[in-house]
Design a protein around this ligand. Structure first.
Ligand code: 6PG
Length: 468
């Protein structure tokens, strides 16, 4: 291989192939590697006029890259990432850069970062969002790692990323595993938004007896207004999709068991570790788990046979506002989690930057992210998104609608775990007084765990009731 390439990519699956083609389209010389010769051949079929090459020979791949080598891995998260790094490491030079573009768990990234640092190699955990199409046409990229080393990959990432108003949807997010962490929370929010949309779909279908076609129109309409977002847009497309095997619509033929690869669950688990409440995200993970219990659900349906107790009508306007309210709450929970993680893990995250790079390319992109960006631009230290006055106005406006939608759903017996978690989170968050004084009393009663008082400093314990 005579020519030297600017960028190397290992793992020529759909995401890898598409991202490499994207990089080559931006004028960079791009070199792919995959042990699977068919994948190499598939990529080369699309070479055309691009400065693009691929190989199954690791030595040729490594000698074909300009120094410092910039090598992105797009391989399944977990052991494969370690195996690929182990195979590369002895052949790399100090100053070379490895970028993990997969959904790796952030503590794995920290471990790899430290191990490679000992060998003088820079490691970036860099979440990429936008699926196969995003990788090809412009994803949102979330890199974390050494700030100085980032300058080597910055021009390539900025060229390949999605653009919003000319601004690339990529930025250096912070140290160590900051990029993977932000991508993990992105996915937690993604789970939340998907769950909320599915609940709204259920209400429109069951309570309002809307056809798929009518729902498709509603989602299309919403996508032109404040709810404008990738997930609302694709929901309209899904509702309009005919089934190739029957005369009906495809959505009605799809089994109602949602799978998951774990990033939403990690978000919830880590939020618990940090002590940050993210109940909408928790609910969305739980709902995927409940959905998996198909057989038990079928048995329970015949055992309980509960039918709707409420036929009250809901307007599309009310449903739209309930969804918008809950989207905002979900984003707010995720941002709160990242605020805490930034302190706990010393990422030094900048919330405005995160909002900025999520505006395009990624799965959770939406018009609201511009409003969110403005909130953090105005007050970079904003501790919670719901404490921004402009956002508070929107939340207040949507509050009556979400309250009605959740009440009707509950009395109609339609499950709305995500919507109700969002509303109840909000109702708790906006309460200066909560009944948890009673929990403190109970803890002190049975376990002498002590409590604090509202009128005096200090720690108190009471001999409750009658002593034995
Ligand atoms: C993205 C997505 C992507 C993820 C899928 C699947 O941002 O492009 O988050 O990274 O693979 O969403 O996630 P689940 O299989 O867990 O639903």
């Amino acid at each position: 291989m005579q020519e030297k390439y600017d960028f190397g990519l290992i793992g020529l699956g759909v995401m890898g192939k598409n991202f490499l083609l994207n990089v080559a389209d931006q004028g960079f010389a791009a070199l792919g590697f995959d042990l699977n010769k068919e994948k190499v051949a598939e990529l080369l079929e699309e070479k055309e006029e691009r400065k693009l090459m691929a190989t199954s020979d690791q030595a040729a791949f490594l000698s074909g890259l300009k120094s410092p080598r910039k090598i992105m891995l797009l391989v399944p998260a977990g052991k494969v990432v370690d195996d690929v790094i182990a195979a590369l490491r002895p052949h790399l030079d100090r100053g070379d850069i490895i970028i993990d573009g997969g959904n790796s768990f952030f503590t794995d990234t920290d471990r790899r970062f430290e191990e490679l640092k000992n060998h003088g190699i820079h490691f970036f955990g860099s979440g990429i969002s936008g699926g196969a199409k995003g990788a090809r046409k412009g994803p949102s990229i979330m890199p974390g790692g050494d700030q100085m080393a980032y300058t080597h990959i910055q021009p390539i990432f900025e060229a390949a990323a999605a653009k919003v108003n000319g601004e690339p949807c990529v930025d250096h997010l912070g140290n160590g595993s900051a990029g993977n962490y932000v991508k993990m929370v992105h996915n937690g929010i993604e789970y939340g938004m998907m769950q909320l949309i599915s609940e709204v779909y259920d209400l429109m279908k069951q309570q309002m007896k809307m056809s798929n076609e009518a729902m498709e129109s509603a989602f299309k309409e919403w996508n032109k207004r404040e709810l404008a977002s990738f997930l609302v847009e694709i929901t309209a497309e899904i509702l309009g999709q005919k089934d190739g095997l029957t005369n009906g619509d495809l959505v009605d033929q799809i089994l109602d068991k949602a799978k998951q690869k774990g990033t939403g669950k990690w978000t919830s688990q880590n939020a618990m570790d940090l002590g940050i409440p993210v109940p909408t995200i928790d609910a969305s993970v739980s709902m995927r788990e409940i959905s998996a219990l198909k057989e038990m659900r079928m048995q329970a349906e015949s055992l309980y046979g509960i039918t709707s107790l409420n036929n009250e009508y809901l307007s599309l306007e009310e449903i739209q506002e309930a969804l918008y309210f809950s989207f905002i709450i979900t984003y707010a929970q995720g941002m709160h989690q990242m605020r805490e993680a930034s302190d706990s893990y010393e990422y030094a995250l900048d919330m405005e930057t995160i909002a900025k790079i999520w505006r395009g390319g990624c799965i959770i992109r939406s018009a609201f992210l511009e409003d969110m960006r403005k909130a953090y631009q105005k007050e970079p230290k904003l501790s919670h998104l719901l404490l921004d006055a402009t956002i508070a106005d929107v939340v207040k406006r949507c509050y009556p609608a979400v309250t009605k939608v959740v009440s009707v759903a509950i009395t109609a017996g339609i499950p709305v775990l995500g919507l109700s978690a969002s509303l109840n989170y909000f109702n708790s968050f906006r309460s200066g007084r909560l009944p948890l004084n009673l929990i403190q009393a109970q803890r002190d009663h049975f376990g002498a765990h002590t409590y604090e008082r509202i009128d005096q400093e200090g720690v108190f314990h009471t001999h409750w009731g009658i002593d034995d």
